[in-house]
Design a protein around this ligand. Structure first.
Ligand code: NAD
Ligand code: IPM
Ligand code: MN
Length: 359
């Protein structure tokens, strides 16, 4: 069976890490005999916008819906196109219109990487952030009144639906139930956000009734961020609303050394639409063009994509190759965010060779 993959590199370092993501996928496909058919598109980038006045072609929905998955780099170049235009015109549209309501973001301290948290070793940080990905604080409900006057009013509503919240909670509880520790933490703020968040807590409590084997706790988002830093070993599966999950999924990977390694899966669990796999990081204009971006977030996202497509062994082999190269700790291969002097291509090639070699 052929898996058709749409490849969207995007902007900035997205275009630098994507070739390494593809190299790793091809190495795994060769070793495990997986038939991947990759098709690259130039849309969903700020350069496309400058040429066409929109981020996507009019027929983007049918074009991408025909693929089994989307492999995506990073979008955004605020000096060319305002971020809310480029992101709402592409990534956020994909998440909503392809109903990718789960954003699964592993945070794992990998061997060979120094955590910025004192005394933490691999095994101490190993959890998932499960982020609600289609509603919540990222809503288009609201508007501006009396614009440009002293009476200017700006409103943006948080929208939570029972269907939307229950389905992501169910995913998170199901995941927790498969993990050895079977622990789920809910990110709340029911002391201050007094309508949506107390209701979120009741939905978590209602879902918990169906999972007596899962240990459940909750923290307000403010102390939760502190606990990510002070006690990362407390966490196993952390479920959060769209904005809280966004914040936690940069903080978690930062605690594991660098956001450059962090992967994510934007999943439509029912498989009605393609799911999308991308690193957590953005286009990093500050380092773009220098060939020093860490490609591991992109490569690990490819591993998650293969697992999603039914090739768990191939996904695991990619992660094992990442871990093996990191454990060797060769500074001429590691990128600067990992403390080395290596390049995107050098690290990507070393990982791809390891994937192929271990066969
Ligand atoms: P960013 O993730 O691009 O960069 C934050 C910091 O992390 C920068 O110092 C950057 O150099 C570093 N960094 C990020 N990825 C790295 C990697 N692979 N290797 C080494 N260092 C890395 O976040 P930002 O600066 O807030 O955003 C830049 C642009 O990217 C904006 O347009 C933003 O909207 C967009 N963005 C897009 C996505 C996405 O496409 N999913 C995610 C986040 C931000
Ligand atoms: C992410 C990013 C996006 C988000 C931005 C670029 C809109 O930060 O994927 O985490 O907020 O979801
Ligand atoms: Mn983010």
């Amino acid at each position: 069976m052929t898996h058709r993959i749409a490849v969207l590199a995007g902007d900035g370092i997205g275009t630098e890490v994507m070739p390494e993501g593809v190299r790793a996928l091809e190495a795994a496909a060769g070793r495990f005999g997986i038939d991947l058919d990759l098709t690259a598109f130039g849309f969903a980038s700020c350069d496309y916008y400058l040429e066409h006045g929109q981020m996507l072609p009019d027929d983007w929905h049918e074009t991408l819906a025909a693929f089994d998955a989307i492999f995506y780099g990073a979008i955004g170049w605020p000096d060319k196109v305002p971020d809310h235009i480029s992101l709402w015109g592409s990534l956020l549209k994909f998440r909503r219109e392809f109903d990718q309501y789960v954003n699964l973001r592993p945070c794992r301290l990998l061997p060979g990487i120094q955590s910025p948290l004192a005394g933490r070793a691999p095994g101490d940080i190993d959890f998932y952030v499960v982020r609600e990905n289609t509603e919540g604080e990222y809503s288009s409900v609201g508007g501006t009144m009396f614009e440009g006057t002293e009476r200017e009013v700006v409103i943006q509503e948080t929208v939570m639906t029972r269907t939307g919240v229950d389905r992501v909670l169910k995913y998170a509880f199901d995941l927790a139930a498969t993990r050895p520790r079977k622990k789920l933490t809910s990110a709340t703020k029911s002391n201050g956000i007094a309508i949506t968040m107390p209701w979120w807590d009741t939905r978590v409590a209602a879902m918990a009734e169906h999972y007596p084997e899962v240990e459940v706790d909750k923290f307000h988002i403010d102390i939760l961020t502190a606990n990510f830093v002070l006690h990362p070993d407390w966490f196993d599966v952390v479920v959060a609303s769209n904005l809280f999950g966004d914040i936690l999924s940069d903080l978690g990977p930062a605690c594991t050394g660098t956001i450059g390694v962090a992967p994510s899966a934007n999943i439509n669990p029912e498989g009605r639409f393609p799911s999308l796999f991308e690193p957590v990081h953005g286009s990093a204009p500050d380092i773009a063009g220098r060939g020093i971006a860490n490609p591991i977030g992109q490569i690990w996202s490819g591993a998650m994509m293969l697992e999603h497509l039914g090739h768990a062994e191939a996904g695991a082999a990619i992660l094992a190759a990442i871990e093996a190269v990191l454990a060797e700790g060769d500074p001429s291969l590691l990128t600067p965010d990992l403390g080395g002097r290596g390049t995107t291509t050098g690290l990507g090639q070393a990982i791809a060779e390891r994937i192929a070699d271990d066969g």
